[in-house]
Ligand binder design. Structure first.
Ligand SMILES: Nc1ncnc2c1ncn2[C@@H]1O[C@H](COP(=O)(O)OP(=O)(O)OP(=O)(O)O)[C@@H](O)[C@H]1O
Length: 364
């Protein structure tokens, strides 16, 4: 990387957009026998950043392509600023939708200079004006000095920023981004992601950002749409999805839980590690999820007796595996400071009830 991210251009130089509202209404998309989307509905308010999150193949890209107008849905409607742009009554071509697109591979034209790449989205402006706007956009992402270079002369992070400049230069009302950070190495990703979000906020554009990384979705999005097998599993803020997942699937997406068998009776769930509150849960078999950071490890006599079978230093936390009577697999505990604990040591374990979630068995 030749140009540190800190040297991105001055804030406040990105052109502001008039943010659009987007509504996806009961959209279906079938490819032959494959139902890529089955009744997806979601909305984005003006200026909102929505994270489209899900495992590979759940339909995220398909939904983005439909929002952009690159594909027509089999059924359902796409409404931009109150106007139907795809559906039974209308189809508006991508160029006329005022959307900015950014793809995983950046899709820069290799035979065009970086400046020309950014100008590509500004074809409607007179050339001199387009050049001025493109140079300003490149300056905003700290790359004006490479305007006359070609994309292959830049690092991956720099290419990402050219693609970003190209996407925002026409001041789109809505930005649609497909895994825009996945080709960056981890060290650069955090910094570039934060700067990209700052620039998105500055332009004010509404944005839909596809990712398969829950932490990334939590970092960038005002709201997250969690998808599963072509459907929406849950929509909410990062905190809502993390703290109050509505399904075992959603819970597992955001945390590497310890899962215990349980039996719910009268608002409590019995597990091999004791009973926990389960208000409102239906009676019967359950899966009890315990967050690894919700386990307090003390000396023998303090809580449930157990033995440490593994301790692993992970930097910010220590991971302990603790064998407990009645559990097939050791409990995984993440401790901010693993302290005096060592493998083979007998300990006492306490589980914080706030860090326990209960789901009906068979519902994942
Ligand atoms: N043009 C197509 N023809 C046939 N099947 C397709 C086509 N595009 C997508 N699919 C299928 O539709 C489903 C959803 O694909 P999509 O690319 O939208 O998923 P995704 O969530 O974006 O996945 P990834 O994270 O791997 O990019 C998959 O089963 C995929 O194989």
């Amino acid at each position: 990387m030749r140009w540190p991210w800190r040297e991105w251009g001055p804030r406040g130089t990105a052109g502001a957009a008039f943010p659009s509202s987007l509504s996806i209404e009961d959209v279906h998309q079938a490819y032959g026998e494959v139902a890529a989307l089955s009744g997806v509905s979601l909305s984005a308010d003006p200026g909102e950043i929505v994270g489209l999150l899900g495992h590979s193949g759940c339909g995220k890209t398909t939904l983005l392509r439909i929002a952009a107008g690159i594909e027509r849905p089999t059924a359902g409607r796409v409404v931009l600023d109150g106007q139907e742009v795809a559906g039974p009554n209308a189809f508006v071509e991508p160029e006329a939708r005022g959307v900015g697109l950014m793809f995983q591979d950046y899709a820069l034209f290799p035979h065009l200079t970086n400046l020309r790449n950014v100008m590509f989205g500004l074809r409607r402006l007179p050339p001199a004006e387009a050049e001025k706007v493109a140079r300003r956009a490149l300056a905003r992402v700290g790359l004006d000095r490479y305007a006359e270079d070609y994309p292959h002369m830049l690092s991956g992070g720099e290419q990402q920023r050219v693609a970003l400049a190209r996407a925002v230069a026409p001041r789109p009302g809505i930005l649609l981004m497909d895994e825009p950070f996945s080709n960056l190495d981890r060290r650069m990703r955090d910094a570039i992601r934060d700067e990209t979000v700052a620039l998105m906020r500055e332009t004010g554009a509404t944005a839909i950002v596809v990712t398969h990384d829950p932490e990334e979705a939590m970092r960038i999005a005002d709201r997250i749409v969690l998808m599963r097998g072509g459907k929406v599993e849950q929509i909410g803020t990062a905190e809502e999805l993390y703290r109050r997942p509505q399904s075992l699937f959603a819970a597992r997406f955001f945390c590497d839980f310890n899962e215990l068998p349980g039996d719910v009776k009268a608002g409590r769930v019995m597990t091999p590690l004791g009973a926990f509150p389960a208000p409102g849960e239906p009676e019967g078999q359950a899966v009890v999820c315990v967050r690894p950071q919700g386990i307090v490890v003390g000396t023998p006599g303090e809580g449930i007796p157990g033995r440490i079978t593994m301790r692993c230093f992970l930097g910010e936390v220590d991971l302990l595996h603790i064998s407990l009577h009645g559990l097939e697999r050791p409990l995984q505990a993440r401790l901010r400071n693993g302290g005096p604990f060592h493998e083979g040591q007998d300990v006492g374990v306490t589980i914080m009830p706030d860090e326990v979630l209960v789901f009906a068995a068979g519902g994942a």
